[in-house]
Design a binder for this molecule. Structure first.
Ligand SMILES: [Zn+2]
Length: 148
């Protein structure tokens, strides 16, 4: 199947916005869970690490394991990760590029002055040289089959 982009169920999109608002001015970070390019759940990952509050997006091995476990409980898969950019554009940073994996979608939400704003999705090229933006769609709440 050709994957042309990522579709978010409304519950997942609102969970990402809520998390971005809640953790502002820090970055939030979480996992995208679903199947076949449709995100059915957003799992918030802890906002503090051994180094203190998350200032930069970094998915740690125990985050990854928790996300995979949660996805398995939902009979779904891990499609990618999201994080917020407080008072910054919803575009990947150099740091994001260096810490991403090619198989996943990376959703970034800009949070401007505490208000969740633009949401974008990105895929790392196989040679890890750059991100390509992918289409991000928010599914219609009335259309349960959207994006499948
Ligand atoms: Zn970032």
């Amino acid at each position: 199947m050709v994957r042309s982009g990522l579709t978010l169920r409304p519950v997942a999109a609102s969970a990402i916005r809520h998390h971005g608002r809640e953790t502002y001015p820090h970055e939030c970070c979480g996992a995208l869970i679903g199947l076949g390019g449709l995100v059915t759940a957003a799992l918030a990952l802890p906002n503090t690490t051994d180094d203190g509050p998350r200032r930069r997006f970094l998915v740690r091995p125990n985050d990854y394991q928790a996300a995979e476990r949660h996805a398995a409980e939902l009979d779904a898969g891990l499609l990618g990760f999201y994080h917020s950019h407080p008072d910054a554009p919803a575009r990947p940073s150099r740091y994001d590029l260096e810490h991403a994996w090619p198989v996943f979608s990376y959703v970034i939400i800009g949070v401007d002055g505490g208000d969740p704003g633009q949401m974008t999705s990105w895929r790392l090229r196989n040679d890890r040289s750059a991100f390509d933006q992918e289409q991000l769609i928010e599914a219609d709440p009335d259309d349960e089959d959207a994006g499948v």
